[in-house]
Write a protein that binds this ligand. Sequence first.
Ligand SMILES: [Zn+2]
Length: 147
Amino acid sequence: MVFPLVFFIVVCQYIDMKCVFCSSTNTSTTNSRSTRSQTQTWRRKHCKKCKRVFTTFEKPDMKHLAITKDNSASPYHRSQLYMSIAQSFQGNNRDYSLIDMLVDTVEIKLLKQKDTTIASKELARLTLATIKPIDKKAYLHYLAEHS
Ligand SMILES: [Zn+2]
């Protein structure tokens, strides 16, 4: 998988991560692994000063992305996408980890397209294509809201 440059900049910033307990920058990575959806990487850090272990999560930076609609553009926000997907799942039994996974999947598609802008209609189309095989009812609800 090819990530845009911004992703690697974020990763590099985390390499000198401060210890969450004592703020020492003298930490080392003892283990790292991509999460199931591959939009996040966790690293187990060991602080050489206070000897404690903590975990960091790295996410690709989506700040490069703007959503265009008519003649205006607004920055992409994961929370907005999350809310729009969550709203398409009706009832009290929302599976929030599933919604999180759907957002991750849409973000992977957004990173793959490498553009710095996406039309809101195209984002809706990507989201619909992601929801469709997972939940037909949510798909129909999202379609009704976003077309
Ligand atoms: Zn420490």
